[in-house]
Design a protein around this ligand. Structure first.
Ligand SMILES: [Zn+2]
Length: 269
């Protein structure tokens, strides 16, 4: 077990760089799997990250609505100029967000299901490493937790080049990994093994919605991924290993130098 004194996480510091350095999270673990160099640069503060700020804000707009009226109001106050035009109208992506909110808020099944504590911060150790997570909705009595996901289209297949097959948006974004981590952290903190559920809502007009379960074998797959890759990632985080560049992401493109020649036949793998 770690002997270090860890920062206590709050809603104010949860997304701070300093707590991203202290604690591993599903978001950063997945970033490491995509590009080590980009992720280390982001943690070191030399690169801003290619996170789509606009999409993130729209997601938070929806999340805060279902957290509480007070949370939603304070989110709007804080980001008013990005949400409202100067004439007071909503920007188009927030009109979409409003219709996504309405499709859930008007659904009695959703209202019955989305019950529990909201935005619960959990911490624990996985493989001897300190991890953090934030649960959208945690219901310990009924033994489940829910993550709200917004996506372009719920059933739209996404091509996985490595596996040479189509997969769902859940698999493409490795959300099963996030769900595995949350399940373990909740169990460590509360002693209750909860079933993960995703409630997805699409950005279509009108939006589609779906409750999505994660089969046990997918959670096992996530556990294996963590066990396989965590050692390397810890070497990177502690500065013992030199990060590899993916040469594809925005960070690698922005820091690349012309230096090698590649055959036309090797451009596409
Ligand atoms: Zn890269």
């Amino acid at each position: 077990m770690s002997q270090r004194k860890l920062t206590k996480l709050t809603s104010k510091n949860y997304y701070d760089k300093s707590t991203d350095i202290e604690y591993q999270s599903a978001t950063f673990f997945k970033k490491f799997l995509k590009c080590e160099a980009e992720t280390m640069a982001e943690l070191n503060g030399t690169y801003e990250g290619d996170m789509n700020q606009k999409a993130l804000l729209v997601g938070n707009y929806l999340h805060s609505y279902f957290e509480s009226p007070a949370a939603h109001k304070s989110f709007i106050d804080e980001h008013d100029d990005q949400i409202h035009k100067s004439n007071g109208d909503l920007y188009s992506e927030y009109i979409t967000a409003e219709s996504m909110i309405a499709t859930l808020a008007d659904d009695s099944g959703f209202n019955n299901f989305y019950q529990g504590k909201k935005e619960v911060i959990v911490t624990g150790q996985l493989g001897g490493v300190d991890w953090k997570g934030k649960i959208d909705c945690l219901n310990l009595d009924r033994k489940y937790f829910i993550d709200l996901k917004t996506t372009r289209e719920i059933r739209r297949p996404i091509w996985n080049n490595e596996k040479q097959q189509k997969e769902s948006f859940v698999a493409a974004y490795n959300y099963q990994f996030q769900m595995y981590v949350y399940q373990q952290l909740i169990y460590q903190q509360y002693g209750v093994l909860c079933q993960p559920q995703i409630i997805a809502v699409s950005k279509q007009d009108p939006p589609a919605k779906q409750v999505i379960s994660i089969p046990p074998e997918r959670l096992l797959e996530a556990k294996e991924l963590l066990n396989d890759r965590q050692e390397r990632i810890e070497e990177l985080r502690s500065g013992l290993a030199k990060p590899n560049r993916c040469e594809e992401c925005a960070y690698c493109r922005s820091t690349a130098k012309l230096g090698s020649i590649v055959s036309m036949d090797d451009l596409v793998s």
